[in-house]
Write a protein of this length. Structure first.
Length: 49
């Protein structure tokens, strides 16, 4: 859908390559747990340059 709107899309491996640059980075995770008490979210920030 993003490409149809004119955006360039890269699908990356689980570990982002060093020095990878982008205007926007979207990570979709399919993490799961059988523990009904488990919940939360993941936050990441860019490294300072």
């Amino acid at each position: 859908m993003l490409e149809q709107l004119g955006y360039e899309v890269d699908i990356l491996p689980a570990v982002v390559p060093p020095n990878y640059r982008a205007h926007l980075f979207i990570a979709i995770h399919a993490d799961g747990s059988n523990d009904s008490n488990a919940s939360g979210y993941r936050v990441a920030a860019p490294l300072a340059s």
